[in-house]
Design a protein around this ligand. Sequence first.
Ligand SMILES: Nc1ncnc2c1ncn2[C@@H]1O[C@H](COP(=O)(O)OP(=O)(O)OP(=O)(O)O)[C@@H](O)[C@H]1O
Ligand SMILES: [Mg+2]
Length: 468
Amino acid sequence: MTVQVESNSCRILIIDDEMAIRRTLSLVLKKAGYEIREAENLSEATRMLDQERPDLAMCDLRIGEDCGIDLIRLIEQRYPDTESILMTAFGSIESTVEAMQAGAFDYITKPFSNNELLLRVKKALERKEMKQEIITLRQHVAMSYGFDNIVGISKAIDHVKETAKRVSPTDITVLITGASGTGKELFARAIHHHSHRRNGPLVAIDCSAIPDSLLESELFGHLKGSFTSASQNKRGLLEEADGGTIFLDEVSNMSTAVQVKLLRFLQDSEIRPVGSSISKRVDVRIVAATNRDLATMVSQNEFREDLYYRLNVIPLNLPTLNERAEDVEMLTDYFLRRIAGEIKKDSLSITRAAVDLLLGHTWPGNVRELENTLKRGAALCADNHLDVNDIIFVAAESGRTAPKAAPSRTSLCLKGNLLDSNQKSLIVTALNDNDWNYTRTASELGIGRTTLWRKIRKYDLKRELVEK
Ligand SMILES: Nc1ncnc2c1ncn2[C@@H]1O[C@H](COP(=O)(O)OP(=O)(O)OP(=O)(O)O)[C@@H](O)[C@H]1O
Ligand SMILES: [Mg+2]
C-alpha cells in the first residue's frame, strides 16, 4: 500500500538529536511533498515552534539530555495549533502512555516503515485540519448569534442589550419576556454564545410544543419501561445540555408537576429520570422565555411563585417594535441586506414612500412581521426596488399562534415582471424555513397554497435537492 499525500503545504518539525534519523525522516517526508524543519535540541525546537508555527512536530523520546514528553507537554499548552507525534523505541509502553496523556496525538515505534510513517503523519494532519474547521465553524456561529446582529439604536433595545451582555459570562438564570417576534430566541442564543459555555451545547426546547405528559421525560429523561411507550432508556435534554445552556422557550406552558421538578433542579442541579431512583448532577445554565405575563399568572395561581422567583433572577423585558419605532428603518436596512444575500442579489432598495408606510404600521407581530413583510416585498418588487405596492401586511403575522388569515387579493398574484431566479430562491428559503410545510410557507410569502404549489411545480423544486 502506498500512502497518498493530498496536501503538500503542511510544515513538519522533526526533533531528534541524531542527525541520521532527522535526515532519513526528512527525505521521506520531503519526497511526499511536506515542508520540513529540523531541530536537534529543545531550545532549537522552541525557536522553530515560535517562528515557523509547524502543523506537526515529530518528537523523539530522548533528545540528548532532554525528554521529548516535556516538549510535547509544552506544545500542548503553548502551541495548540501544532499536533505532535512521539517517536519511541520498541517496548517503552509507559512513555507512550505518558506522551498521550501529555497531549501527543499519536506515537510511532522505531523502526518503522516509510508507509507507516506517512500514514501516521497524514492522520495527525487530518485531525489538525478538522480541529481548525471546528474552530472556524464556532467563530461563524458566534458571529451570527452575536449581539452585533441584534439590530437597533433605540434606548429600549440598547438597555436590554447592555444587561444581556453583562449577564452572559455568568451562570445566572435569565428570564426573557416579550411579545411574539420581539427577539427572545435571538437574545437567548447571543447569551449562550457570549458565555464561557459557548463551546458546550445549546439545547432549546419549546415547552408549548410538547404535550404535558411528555415534557417531564423530555427534560429529565426516563428509564426503559417507566411508562407504556418507554421502550428504552432516554437521556433528558437537561443532561444533553450538560456543560452548556438550556433554553426553555414558552416556559409558562409547563404543568404544575413539571414546574415542581424544574424548581427542584434549580435548587440542587440534580436530575432524576422518570422511573429512576438515582439522581445525577448536571451543570446547566438556564435561559427561559415567555410571551405571557408570569407575574399575573402567579397571582392567578397558574404558575408557581417559588419557580417564578428562581427563574426571574435577571429579567430581560424585550420592547415591542411599536415601542421602538425609531429602529424600524435600521432593521429594514439590515433585513434588506440579509435578504439580498439569501437570494444572491447585489442589493435591494426601498422607496421613501414605502419606508413611510412601514413607519406608520403598528407591528403586532413585531420584528418577525417586519422581516416577513420585507421578504414578501423582495419577492414582489420590480428591479430589486421595493415600493408601496410591494408592502403587504398579513394579519396572521401578528402572533405565532394566531390563525392564518386568507392571503389578500394583491398578494395572490406574484408580479409577472419579477425575476424568476429571485423568486425561486425566496421560495426555497421560505420552504426550508418552514420545514416544507406548504400552508406555513404560503402564509409567510403572502401567497395562496395553490400559487405556491404552482411555483414549486414550475421550478421543479424538490425537498432533497434544494435543502441545505
Ligand atoms: N433586534 C433584532 N435584530 C435583528 N433581527 C431580529 C431582532 N429581533 C428579532 N429579530 C428577528 O426576528 C425574528 C423573530 O425573532 P425571535 O424568533 O427571536 O422572536 P421570539 O421573541 O422568540 O418570537 P416568538 O415569541 O414568536 O417565539 C427572527 O428571525 C430574528 O432573527
Ligand atoms: Mg421564540
